[in-house]
Design a protein around this ligand. Structure first.
Ligand SMILES: [Zn+2]
Length: 316
């Protein structure tokens, strides 16, 4: 049986837990997505025993798509959560009630393969840096603006984890917004910079049926857009002035929307950035992202962790 396994192609399962959808993909060592499916996040993780239902779901995926065809080497999951410094536990997730203080590695031990978990934005930054062939030197800053606003930082190619595993939470720097954040604190800049803050501002002014897709086309000159950009620029310039990054990646669904005011955002960041540098040498790289980038990023991290024979890639 062992000999047979040696002839089977190595694969990992990459999982991206999003606010609405949970995506699962089977990925080979070349980074190709061999099989995939989507399920509702709440449907899978919203119950009283989220790890049990996730494991049951994976069990049937593995039975259908892996057994007898591939050699499964690891499972890797990106969570929209606080993840502990050992990369075993999800500490807290704002919008999934059951996903608090969960030992994910123990919860998935029935599969007998290594389980790697991380913050979803860390998986994404690792993936984006890889596909952009960024030299592993200096600081990479990844900002992903979707429903929420996620930041990730890497030094010399290694994701910054922090003492408790939660480094890089730039959305939660204080911004005196007067709004209560999902984290429980008041005034975090994310309450003004996240995609859902933009939706709230739009709907407050134009009612619940106003389409968000056209917000930067139909409303681009309005004060609420300017305020939204101003807070976003505070987030960027805070990181830029503190870290003097070599690469600034901008991703997520919102910056990819039609008419996104890149020039105005950059002007604001330049206004707030320290002179003469880093202001004189600022370059924002806007990412084109696909729906399975989180899955592919998780898979990439898993293969790199396996190939270095330890998990230093994820817990540096
Ligand atoms: Zn907060």
């Amino acid at each position: 049986m062992t000999e047979l396994l040696d002839f089977q192609e190595s694969v990992v399962i990459g999982i991206d837990v999003g606010g609405t959808n949970l995506r699962v993909g089977l990925v080979d060592e070349h980074g190709d997505l061999l099989d995939s499916y989507i399920v509702g996040t709440q449907q899978t993780l919203g119950g009283s025993d989220p790890m049990r239902s996730l494991a049951d779901m994976l069990q049937s995926f593995i039975s259908q798509s892996v057994v007898g065809r591939y050699h499964l080497r690891a499972i890797a999951i990106g969570f929209p959560s606080m993840v502990d410094e050992t990369r075993r536990k999800v500490i807290r997730t704002t919008f999934i009630e059951g996903l608090q203080n969960i030992d994910v590695v123990a919860g998935l031990n029935r599969f007998g393969v290594p389980v790697f978990i991380d913050r979803d934005v860390n998986m994404l930054l690792h993936y984006d840096a890889h596909r952009l062939h960024l030299p592993p030197k200096g600081v990479w800053l990844g900002c992903y603006v979707g429903t929420g606003m996620g930041f990730s930082l890497a030094f010399d190619g290694r994701i910054l984890v922090g003492k408790h595993g939660v480094a890089g939470e730039l959305g939660h720097i204080p911004g005196r917004t007067g709004l209560r954040c999902g984290c429980g604190n008041e005034g975090c800049i994310e309450t003004k910079t996240a995609g859902n803050a933009l939706v709230a501002s739009l709907r407050e002014r134009y009612g619940p049926d106003e389409p968000i897709e056209a917000v930067f086309v139909d409303h681009t000159d309005e004060p609420f857009i300017d305020e939204w950009l101003e807070y976003l620029a505070i987030g960027f310039s805070t990181a830029i002035n503190m870290l003097d990054p070599t690469a600034i990646l901008v991703g997520g669904g919102v910056p990819q929307m039609s008419g996104f005011p890149k020039r105005r955002l950059e002007e604001k960041i330049r206004r707030m950035a320290r002179k003469p540098v880093p202001e004189a040498d600022l370059h924002l790289t806007y990412l084109e992202q696909g729906p399975y980038d989180g899955v592919l990023g998780s898979a990439l991290c898993a293969f790199e962790a396996l190939n270095t024979q330890d998990s230093k890639v994820l817990v540096s």
